[in-house]
Design a protein around this ligand. Sequence first.
Ligand SMILES: [Fe+2]
Length: 290
Amino acid sequence: MAEFDRAAEDVGNIVSLEHVNTQIPDQQLATIFYVMGLGLTRDPYQVVGVTNMWINAGRCQFHLPTGKPQVVNGHTAVVMPGRAALLQRLASVAKLLEGTKFAFREANDYVEAICPWGNHIRCFEPAPRFGRMMLGMPYVEINVERGAADGIARFYREVFAVPASVADEPEGRAARARIGTDQALVFRESDGPFPEFDGHHVAVYLADFSGPYRKLVQRKLVTREVNQHEYRVIDIPDLDTGRVLARLEHEVRSMTHPSYARALVNRNTATYSPGNESVSWAMPSQTRPL
Ligand SMILES: [Fe+2]
């Protein structure tokens, strides 16, 4: 029989989770939180004006257009090294963010920071369960109603063709749709509250772009035809009954989209010295020297 478990290396049809987009009403407060507090880096190449800002986290981004605040009902996970330094940075911006929803707390294996408008960002140190990720967004977690996880996992398996499973975990039952090698969308069953969906979105890239599209069109689930490389989907229904189990706008992009896997600048917050201005999103590989 085969010597290697080839299936253990398979990835699904969603190859990358690239950005989380939430409108925010004040660019300066967002800079204080995301750049000074979290220590992330503003994209210096694109969207550099005063009405929107892209914030790099490894190969991922937060997109923050000016507008009525939007809040992910759940949390966005970020992997970053240096928990003590992160706590210092967050403490240092507390005064500047007084009077907003900003807060932070320490948990066993993460620090949770809340943005001035209530978005929860869970910051983990790099760990084997995040693969080689040193800086990045390993998952976005959405709270859903009790009983919804199985139907959501089925939707991701059958429509988007990704490995998706359901597990009972200490924080509750959850559906996990795997993305690429080390990312996921997580849907966690909880008792709520479940505010009405406010229009925030996540951007994902698909290898088979048209296969899911055909299924989504058939079910009238495509909400916007953006361009040749992108469409949008919001409702995640039970495939038998059509009942909506979760709402999350997916900005669905093809791998031929001009922005796919573009290199992002991430500054080294630990120190400054010429040649060491930036940090890598990944741990060094374990290969032998050439
Ligand atoms: Fe977007």
